[in-house]
Design a protein around this ligand. Structure first.
Ligand code: ISE
Length: 331
């Protein structure tokens, strides 16, 4: 039987999820799309054979044809949309961040707990990326020994026009916060953020260097560069007692031409992480209806936002900021 899925937000990610759902994922069907821009909602719905569209995300959530929801509307709408899904009893896959503030994330965890079941998955799709999964498997095999430290870089060719300085951390670096916790199985205890002398690129003033201190004394450095100009480039190398494991490069082919050899970088994350998005959606749909659900949950969304808030404080203060333990909140 095919589950009816609704998507709130018909922007870059909403349209991408709609296409992946319509063409590459089994067991579910896109039935409705919402966007305040009606023409856009209608276009994404029609292109992916969904019969219904709405200009209001809450109307989509209430739509009886919608049995589960993907929230891909702007970050500041996430908390209200997810809460509406919980009230309507509809499972939700929410794009990251779960919500921009720790208080909103905490409210969502509590609201989910009141339903008595796991209803929220957060779109930290890197957990499903084959290269990150292979890195996880290598570390888990134990052959490299214990992890000692980790290097990460997160480079975009150019930040979208709507990007604010806070979003470099609250929207982009949250991917690293989540995947590092997931890979190492350790929590972050402190963060220090350093801004570079800065490339002349307006208000973002990037790149930013973050140093996360994880439990067990494992440091992780993360470069966030939203205007790296040359392409989308995600790097990670885990340094362990007996060796290292580094994330493979996404472009498999080497092109030789006019005295040079080159690999091509994807323009943005949709190309680099297309497998991850597909596998994430398939796993989410497969896990609905009471079966075991994989992927990041509400608590993971909360922790990522908790680290992001501490990193933003560090950026403002120039000081090392401690990260409060997730405390009594339970998975
Ligand atoms: C974007 O929102 C994403 O989710 C991408 O995965 C990330 O790499 C990019 O920096 C974000 O802006």
């Amino acid at each position: 039987m095919s589950l009816g899925i609704g998507i709130t937000g018909a922007g870059v990610m909403g349209a991408d999820h709609a296409r992946t759902l319509a063409t590459q994922v089994g067991g579910a069907k896109l039935v409705a799309v919402s966007d305040p821009d009606e023409a856009r909602a209608c276009e994404v719905a029609r292109a992916n054979e969904a019969r219904r569209h709405h200009t209001d995300g809450f109307a989509l959530i209430e739509d009886p044809a919608v049995e589960a929801v993907i929230v891909a509307s702007p970050d500041h709408t996430h908390a209200a949309m997810v809460l509406a899904c919980l009230r309507a009893g509809k499972p939700v896959l929410c794009e990251k961040p779960l919500a921009p503030t720790v208080a909103e994330c905490r409210d969502l965890i509590e609201a989910e707990q009141r339903t008595g079941r796991r209803m929220i998955q957060v779109g930290f799709m890197r957990r499903f990326d084959p290269a990150y999964a292979a890195m996880h498997a290598t570390l888990s095999s134990g052959r490299l020994g214990r992890p000692l430290l980790m290097h990460c870089a997160h480079r975009n060719a150019a930040a979208p026009g709507f990007f604010t300085p806070e979003m470099s951390i609250a929207n982009a670096a949250v991917h690293e916060f989540d995947v590092v916790r997931w890979l190492l199985g350790l929590e972050a205890v402190a963060v220090t953020a350093l801004r570079s002398a800065s490339k002349a690129n307006g208000t973002l003033r990037d790149p930013i260097l973050l140093v996360l201190e994880m439990q067990n004394g494992v440091p992780v450095d993360i470069e966030i560069f939203m205007n790296a100009a040359y392409g989308y480039d995600i790097r990670a190398e885990l340094v362990c007692e007996n060796g290292t494991v580094e994330l493979g490069r996404p472009a498999p082919n080497l092109v030789r031409n006019e005295g040079e050899e080159a690999r091509t970088f994807p323009g943005d994350w949709r190309g680099r992480f297309s497998d991850a998005y597909r596998l994430q959606l398939q796993a989410w749909i497969g896990g609905l209806g009471g079966k075991t659900q994989s992927g990041a949950g509400a608590l993971d969304g909360y922790v990522a936002t908790l680290i992001a808030q501490a990193a933003l404080r560090s950026l403002a203060s120039g000081a090392r900021e401690e990260i409060a333990p997730a405390g009594s909140l339970t998975r």
